[in-house]
Design a protein around this ligand. Structure first.
Ligand code: NAD
Ligand code: MG
Length: 387
């Protein structure tokens, strides 16, 4: 039986992963689950999946978790160290699905402990892609993409000669506000931004989809996963979310990946280590859909995308700073201290300041990544206050 752990088990990706596993129970043994705030769901998921270890990031919820699970043979852990201990459990496969840069150390810890890691937590690849790849190589463990676009890219380039690949195109649905004008975007609320037209995801990634910050993170993630430069990555708005990525080869042939807008597809592909597995998902009926549209993103409406390309051009610690500044800006949009469009203004100003002071030109080492993360958050906070 394959031993697995799920980091971020109470989230959208975590629960989708558990659903897949429980439908094929005799193939998998769940070892560790982690969560944070939603203790009831964490405890219930541990009971249902027969997990051996469960950890909550939120220490104030540790006693509640312990109480619900008392009398059961489940090790209960709390706090940051508890999450890291759960991440280091000896398993074959780990789903890294914590949201934000908080997922970096747990994902690295899982690889250090010898597990193949399915990476939903794109932020760790954005902030520290070279470290993630180095640890995966040194430990001889797989680092598998879970983001639908990156799973799609890995599926279309498989079996192809890497030298013949000219570029990739990843698609974006355009998120909640694809039909709104830039003037209308001035006044949109977190509640409106949290409604995705095609995908059912956690709140933060849903808002990032509306601003295209999610796509900005994804182009950086693509650069890291597939060793591409900025001119080899393109983004097209594709409102139907049927085509997730296209590989373009030097004979002008293109291979597109079409799949359901359901993360179970990409999770299962990573769970079965890039083998196809029968899934009870609705078949895509192309004649019913009729038309697939693609168009260039509006750069004035979505300044986040160009900020992402700048990160690729810059390299070094730019990814870590960009992600941290974006997380700070998003927190402040959620707290109603910053407008929707204010998020990209704050991230842009933060990146300009850190670039001008040469703070981003250091070697990507873990300590430097942690330091720039804190610095970018504090610089971004100052711009929020001035905004
Ligand atoms: P979510 O908000 O639904 O879940 C996040 C999980 O992380 C929860 O289990 C939460 O308890 C845990 N968590 C939050 N803060 C934590 C902290 N500081 N320490 C430890 N655990 C913490 O998020 P999600 O939508 O499932 O996304 C998870 C990751 O997957 C993100 O990186 C996201 O970008 C990526 N992703 C998600 C989707 C999707 O469809 N949801 C698609 C592609 C990629
Ligand atoms: Mg994606």
């Amino acid at each position: 039986m394959k031993k697995i752990s799920i980091l971020g088990a109470t989230g959208s990706i975590g629960q989708n992963t558990l659903d897949l596993i429980t439908s094929t129970k005799d193939e998998f043994e769940v070892v560790a689950l982690t969560g944070s705030q939603n203790i009831k769901l964490l405890a219930q998921s541990a009971i249902d999946s027969n997990a051996k270890i469960v950890a909550t990031y939120d220490e104030s919820k540790f006693n509640e978790l312990k109480e619900i699970l008392s009398g059961r043979n489940i090790k209960v852990l709390g706090g940051k160290n508890g999450i890291l201990e759960a991440s280091s459990a000896k398993v074959d496969w780990v789903m890294s699905a914590i949201v934000g840069s908080a997922g970096l150390l747990p994902g690295l810890t899982a690889m250090q402990a010898g597990a193949n890691v399915a990476l939903a937590n794109k932020e760790s690849m954005v902030a520290a892609g070279s470290i993630m790849k180095k640890v995966s190589q040194e430990k001889g463990v797989k680092l598998l993409p879970v983001d639908s676009e990156h799973s799609a890219v890995s599926q279309v380039i498989r079996g192809e000669d890497r030298e013949t690949l000219e570029k990739i195109i990843i698609t974006a649905s355009g998120g909640a506000f694809r039909n709104r004008s830039i003037e209308e975007l001035e006044k949109v609320t977190p509640y409106e931004a949290s409604k995705h037209p095609n995908w059912d995801m956690g709140q933060r990634i849903t808002i990032d989809s509306a601003s295209l910050f999610n796509k900005a993170l994804e182009i950086i993630e693509a650069k890291e996963f597939f060793n591409l430069n900025h001119s080899e990555i393109n983004v097209l708005i594709h409102p139907q979310s049927i085509v997730h990525a296209i590989a373009c080869f030097h004979d002008q042939g293109m291979k597109a990946h079409l799949g359901p807008a359901d993360m179970k597809h990409a999770i299962a592909y990573a769970l079965h280590e890039e083998k196809r597995f029968r899934l009870p998902l609705k078949e895509i009926n192309l004649s019913e859909i009729g038309t697939l549209n693609f168009y260039e993103p509006d750069v004035t409406k979505y300044p986040a995308l160009e900020l992402g390309f700048n990160v690729i051009r810059h390299g070094g610690l730019a990814g870590a700073a960009f992600n941290a500044a974006k997380e700070e800006a998003l927190d402040n949009f959620l707290n109603l201290k910053l407008s929707f469009l204010g998020m990209s203004d704050v991230v842009s100003a933060t990146m300009d300041e850190l670039t001008a002071s040469n703070k981003l030109d250091q070697v990507v080492e873990l300590e430097a990544v942690m330091e720039i993360d804190l610095l970018a958050r504090s610089v971004a906070k100052q711009y929020v206050e001035k905004y």
